[in-house]
Design a protein around this ligand. Structure first.
Ligand code: S3P
Length: 438
């Protein structure tokens, strides 16, 4: 796939697909609740379809009724069945880690695996706490998948302080705690996305959250009776990021993005771009399905380089590649601090983001865990062919760069975009972009 300048601004309405984090959780909690839950706006990307298949393999009835409209009939916590086959979670770290939490506290044997990217990602961060609950794990060297899990029917409620701020690890522990007798406590060093906490409450669990030294303490009462609930999944702010930044960079653009999730633990990119001078307006703020939602409007703006503190990272952890692309168009230097976690995403995203920019004529340095991007205020040369390393966000970031760089930008493999943003190129082209098979 490649992208190039089309000579006109992007215009129109970008309806981005449903939130990936919320979609995984809706299927999982629906499958653990008694009764039939209805989901609207579900992301029908490959990552989420893997979760649907896995929950079916654990005994839930899951039906697709129309575009994004799904029904999930669960049998209650403790009632999952042993999967017959290996559970293949594809490219999705969220699916694998959250599922490990569910499997750990049920008396079933299972093996989970994933594609070459996912098999390189660290699982010890969930194995360590879930083993404290009483489950037994066997993994490849370095805690890599495939991972065999002998779950326990007598899970212990644990008290665990996360060594890294990770919503996936927090959620895995809370999901395991659903079938533990007593109160599971997770302490996070910095607040991370709280979709699990919100949705657990929505399904009837008792979750208490308190602030603690810049982070949070989450307490979940075990063995609640989860009751089926309806969920409206908002548009994914992490997907909205791509058309939004494209509109900022392509001269003459003005687009709107209705129904985007605005959970404050997800909106770090919008705040950061505003600090760089971006004209982003948010209207019609509302609560939908227990999550804040709003309609965004954005127009082309000249950006300025800034210093982004490491404290921003949890609220925009998936947005650094596209933010770095925006920084390449800004006037002045942008320093993105504290990006260690990017090294263990779908690719080594710190290295991949630097390579994406370098290969397109942008001056970039990595200093420790910081990425420094030197913008000149003029469009970068472009002309590169970017290795996406099985990483959807690297692919989309590179294609957005090509829409406004001096020369076209190609990616070696655009297939992984379907994990989170099916229809990405069609949506962008509908706004006036020029993306086409290379
Ligand atoms: C996610 C948490 C984040 C994020 C991922 C989705 C979630 O991962 O990068 O895309 O849904 O909980 P970490 O928990 O590894 O930071």
């Amino acid at each position: 796939m490649m992208s190039r300048r089309s000579g006109r601004g992007l215009a129109g309405v970008a309806r981005v697909p449903g939130d990936k984090s919320i979609s995984h959780r809706a299927l999982m909690l629906g499958a653990l609740a008694i009764g039939e839950s209805r989901i609207s706006g579900l992301l029908e990307g490959e990552d989420v379809l893997r979760t649907a298949a896995a929950m079916r393999a654990l005994g839930a009835e899951i039906r697709r009724e129309g575009d994004g409209a799904w029904r999930v009939a669960g049998r209650g916590i403790g009632a999952i069945t042993e999967p017959e086959e290996v559970l293949d979670m594809g490219n999705s770290g969220t699916a694998a880690r959250l599922l490990a939490g569910i499997l750990a506290s049920h008396p079933v044997f299972s093996v989970i695996t994933g594609d070459a990217s996912l098999r390189r990602r660290p699982m010890r961060r969930v194995i360590t706490p879930l083993a404290l609950c009483g489950a037994t794990f066997s993994a490849r060297a370095g805690g890599k998948m495939p991972l065999a899990i002998a779950g326990t029917g007598q899970a212990l409620p644990i008290v665990y302080r996360l060594p890294v701020a990770s919503a996936q690890v927090k959620s895995a522990i809370l999901l395991a705690g659903l079938n533990a007798r007593g109160v599971t406590v997770v302490e996070e060093p910095a607040a991370t996305r709280d979709h699990s906490e919100n949705m657990l409450r929505h399904f009837g669990a008792s979750v208490a959250v308190s602030e603690d030294r810049g982070g949070r303490v989450i307490e979940l009462a075990g063995q609640p009776e989860l009751r089926a609930a309806d969920i409206a999944v908002p548009g994914d702010p992490s997907s909205a990021a791509f058309p939004l930044v494209a509109a900022l960079l392509v001269p003459g653009s003005a687009i709107s993005l209705p129904g985007v999730g605005l959970n404050p633990l997800r909106t770090g990119l919008f705040a950061t771009l505003a600090e760089m001078g971006a004209a982003i307006t948010i209207e019609n703020r509302r609560i939908s399905g227990g999550e804040p939602v709003g309609d965004l409007a954005v127009a082309h703006t000249a950006l300025s380089g800034i210093d982004v503190a490491p404290e921003r990272a949890p609220s925009m952890i998936d947005e650094y590649p596209i933010l770095a692309v925006a920084a390449a168009f800004a006037r002045g230097t942008t320093r993105l601090r504290g990006l260690a976690e990017l090294r263990v995403k779908e690719s080594d995203r710190l290295a991949a983001t630097a390579a994406l920019l370098t290969g397109n004529g942008v001056a970039v340095e990595i200093e420790g865990d910081d990425l420094i991007v030197h913008g000149t205020g003029a469009p970068p040369p472009g002309g590169g062919r970017v290795a996406t390393g099985m990483d959807h966000r690297i692919a989309m970031s590179a294609l957005v760069l090509g829409l406004a760089a001096a020369a076209p930008v190609a990616v070696d493999d655009a297939r992984f975009i379907d994990t989170s943003f099916p229809g990405f190129a069609a949506l962008m082209n509908g706004l006036g972009a020029a993306m086409a098979p290379a």
